[in-house]
Ligand binder design. Structure first.
Ligand code: PXP
Length: 237
């Protein structure tokens, strides 16, 4: 079965909009697990716009599933991650001005910096994943520097404006899965996935886990978080 990692960043986004203590992403993680989440994902951004250190610490202590921490290659965040020791660390690019993570990590361009960091994280018992575009050269580089997982960026597939674009983007993800498997990489995917577009991606051979945030948290406003997670889980093969 394809696993579902629920990203609870946007619960913290609502909290930060008021600067108070509610809603709490830690409480949300509990409900997501009740709904069948296989893991909880959060992104500790350098600007702390949603998730705070306190959230990551409490999630690590309280969740019953697995914590996947998304992070950029920023020294202060790397130190914090090594202290917390999440189950998995997913390296993402980060730009302060972006609304959300916009593209995959340039593994080729950052390999000198990434290689020792990956080693250090793995030595600390943390599973390492690299969030990359469905690009064969980036996949090859991810394998060469020793990552265990890649997370394929599904954003362009999800944003496709017409049928041709959708087919093209889907085929890139399909090829990326085949290439990654050939390199012995394990495969997650995510970004922009929702109740309407998730199934074809979930059915691709090799996909182990999907990380989904915005669509689930958005749907939860209408139906509650436990049910929103349950409905997404029910779509996964
Ligand atoms: N995977 C990664 C690496 C991400 O940065 C994000 C967004 O934080 C997601 C998955 C989830 O994307 P969405 O909120 O669009 O479901």
């Amino acid at each position: 079965m394809v696993k579902l990692g629920v990203n609870v960043d946007h619960v913290a986004t609502v909290r930060q909009a008021r600067g108070i203590s509610e809603p709490d992403p830690v409480a949300a993680a509990f409900l997501a697990e009740l709904g069948g989440a296989d893991g909880i994902t959060v992104h500790l951004r350098e600007d702390r716009r949603h998730i705070q250190e306190r959230d990551v610490r409490l999630l690590k202590e309280t969740i019953k599933t697995r914590l996947n921490l998304e992070l950029a290659l920023a020294p202060e965040i790397l130190d914090f991650a090594l202290e917390i020791k999440p189950y998995a660390a997913t390296f993402v690019p980060e730009k302060r001005e972006e609304l959300t993570t916009e593209g995959g990590l340039d593994v080729i361009g950052h390999q000198t910096k990434l290689r020792p960091v990956i080693k250090k994280f793995q030595a600390a018992g943390i599973v390492v994943s690299l969030f990359i575009d469905p690009n064969l050269d980036q996949i090859e580089a991810a394998a060469a520097i020793g990552a265990q997982f890649i997370e394929i960026h599904t954003g362009r597939y999800c944003d496709a404006k017409n049928e041709d674009e959708l087919k093209k983007e889907f085929s890139l993800i399909d090829h990326a899965c085949i290439t990654a498997s050939n390199y012995g990489l394990r495969i997650n995917a995510g970004h922009g996935l929702n109740y309407r577009n998730v199934v074809p991606v979930a059915k691709l051979p090799g996909i182990e886990e999907l990380n989904i945030g915005h669509s689930i948290i958005g749907h939860a406003v209408y139906v509650g978080l436990e049910r929103a997670v349950r409905e997404m889980k029910a779509l996964l093969p």
